[in-house]
Design a protein around this ligand. Sequence first.
Ligand code: ADP
Length: 402
Amino acid sequence: MPDPGLVLILNCGSSSLKFAALDPTNGEEHLSGQADALESSVATLKWRYRGENNLLQLSPNDDFRSVIEGLVERMDGPWSTLKTQLLAIGHRVVHGGEHFANSVLIDQQVLTAIRSCCELAPLHNPAALQGIQAALLAFPQLPQVAVFDTAFHQDMPDYAYLYALPYKLYREHHIRRYGMHGSSHRYIAERSAELLGKPSSEINVISAHLGNGASIAAIKGGHSVDTSMGLTPLEGLVMGSRCGDLDPGLLLHLGEALDYSFTKLEQLLNRESGLLGLSELSNDCRELEEAMENGHSGARLALEVFSYRLAKYIAAYTIPLHRVNALVFTGGIGENSTWVRQKTTNWLSALGYQLSQEQNESTRFGIEGRISKASTPEILVIPTREDWVIARDAAQLASGAR
Ligand code: ADP
């Protein structure tokens, strides 16, 4: 048994830093917070500690380092009980390339490998590195662990991860499908096994993580054998403002016929597409459902496309699994949207999936459980806990390091 203690989780995005202190044994959150719009005039820091919410304006000079230093200062003052309990720092790192199939204790070699993946995740990995460097300075006495979004999908077979492009691009530039949301899909696989009362090595799960970003994974005996995100998080499902799968020829057309620049394409595909682009209203599922109820045809269309595309992926992922023990919905949309769950499973009736309307309605807002009719294929809703996966990995690796 590791000593009782907490893991501080740091998740550095391009201009935000999320943090939380978690008990790895039960997932209990002791502190959570977020710095947003860093290095801008509207930068803020929000946190929740002992049930109290706080908000602070930051200076435009504040960066990852000063925010992390601010956390340390608070731990020397009002949060001092937290500091004495910290046993490790867990960093969420988006891209581990082919270097990491598991979480690792951070050392110089690991930092070099994360740096070498910056080309694959130019917005995210440099931010994670800055956060790690700042945390190494701020908490020199604590073991620091990197947990990669891509790691869980490193088990995928080559026929699932290769693009049908000249092989040289893979050999020389590591261009392949990597997948993301690994910590979430891994949690779903483990938790499904607990709910079904079987070891995860004996069950096959389709995990649909539907948040602002969305991806789906086929998980066979605890191993990811296919997933919908690719080299970047753009591939696959329709997302809040990302397009998901496209005809790649369309990009050539936009460039050649309509003179789109790379900058404009980046903006279009990542920020103006998906639910937002189709609905011409919002990237937010809840808002779209409300608008649809009030007759907004764009909102309905966006949600229809979202659910249809999701259903096609679910059907396709029965192929690598042969036998599916559970289809699981997670992420903000998966955990809450009765409409998307209903619509998606309607498309899947040929595969036997049937929702219990009553269970579908009652299993939302953080509630976990089965939403399928009795004696039909299992459909589960499981609130995801990526933060807990990070905390568990960090605590486990830290206990080995002591
Ligand atoms: P992120 O990828 O940013 O972590 P989340 O997992 O928090 O995203 O999911 C955000 C999405 O979940 C949004 O589209 C939001 O509208 C949707 N969502 C949250 N609650 C509900 C709800 N009650 N009904 C429908 N959609 C919801």
